[in-house]
Design a protein around this ligand. Structure first.
Ligand code: NAD
Length: 297
């Protein structure tokens, strides 16, 4: 594990989104000075409750202003960027619109960080690059970072290209640290109510091997990634330690993906989206489970 101190001032993009709200709250709680940016919201205290700047990331000039302290009343050297803004799934907008927004936003964030001399970038990749929705079965389970991306949608194709883009930005700057977090399906506590019903149909959530990520654990992963100080680009699967199911992980694989090699002795509800690398390298350790919440919902 290679960790150093957290950066002092951090720009978080996508700050009023589902994951962004949790990340901004978490980073502020651990003492990071956060400039929250998004193209939407920000006035409602439930969004971000602190310093906020409306930015359309597809406009490079706006991104440069945000990263260089150039926007009025938002001065201050930025030490790191957490880039979460995106159209967050396939099928929400047309493929072309999803690609145009997400690729431009991410290029501008990576390029503006380089122009501003920012040496740490953490960004949201996605579990989708692992081959979701697994109409073609995974190569083995638990899935991990050891096989090449298998995007099956335009949204995911863009995430795979972002990972490739990060490798080249790091090749151009040997001091740069870029961490891509391949988040599973993001959940707030309110989302856990239907989880017990998933068990009736193992096909319902097979598309991501029954994985999920509690937004608060996602925020913890971002904090860990910001403290990572190993130059170069790296990617990590970020999921919770368990599945969304009450049935065992081994029985789910045997029923739904009978031909797939199981590479380890699985715990009863062990995640099939491996978080071993994130645990080992980043020190990530999920603190939450839907199982702690369903009785109280
Ligand atoms: N939600 C999931 O299950 C999931 C799973 C894996 C990865 N991710 C990734 O995590 C990140 C956050 O997802 P989320 O669930 O919080 O999504 P969200 O839609 O709740 O938040 C995304 C935010 O990005 C902002 N945004 C989009 N384009 C922008 C632009 N051009 N300029 C400025 N702001 C822009 C939106 O206004 C929104 O507030 C995304 O990159 C997404 O692809 C999400």
């Amino acid at each position: 594990m290679s960790n150093s101190a957290l950066p002092r001032r951090v720009v978080v993009t996508g700050a009023t989104g589902k994951l962004g709200r949790a990340v901004v709250a978490h980073l502020r709680a651990v003492g990071v000075d956060v400039l929250a940016v998004d193209r939407a919201g920000g006035r409602d205290p439930r969004d971000v409750n602190g310093e906020f700047l409306l930015v359309d990331l597809t406009d490079y000039g706006q991104v440069v202003e945000a990263f260089t302290g150039g926007a009025d009343e938002h001065a201050g050297d930025v030490d790191a960027v957490v880039h979460l803004a995106a159209v967050p799934a396939p099928g929400l907008m047309s493929n072309a619109a999803t690609f145009a927004n997400n690729s431009a936003a991410t290029y501008n964030v990576f390029a503006a960080a380089r122009a501003a001399g920012i040496k740490r970038v953490v960004w949201a990749s996605s579990e989708t690059v692992l081959g979701l929705p697994f109409d073609n079965p995974p190569p083995y389970a638990p899935v991990d970072e050891e096989y090449a991306p298998r995007p099956e949608s335009t949204y995911s194709l863009n995430k795979a290209l972002e990972e490739e883009m990060a490798r080249h930005f790091c090749r151009w700057d040997p001091e740069l640290v870029m961490v891509g977090l391949r988040f599973s399906n993001v959940m707030d506590v309110e989302d856990y109510a239907p989880f017990p019903s998933f068990d009736a149909d193992p096909q319902l959530r097979r598309w991501n091997l029954w994985g999920y990520i509690d937004a608060r654990d996602g925020a913890q992963a971002v904090e860990r990634a910001l403290a990572h100080d190993q130059p170069g680009a790296d990617v990590f699967v970020i999921a919770n330690a368990d599945t969304v199911m009450s049935r065992s992980s081994a029985s789910l694989m045997a029923e739904v993906y009978p031909g797939v090699e199981i590479r380890k002795e699985l715990g009863e509800h062990e995640t099939l989206l491996s978080i071993d690398k994130a645990r080992r390298v980043l020190g990530y350790e999920p603190q939450h489970s839907w199982r702690d919440h369903v009785d109280v919902l």
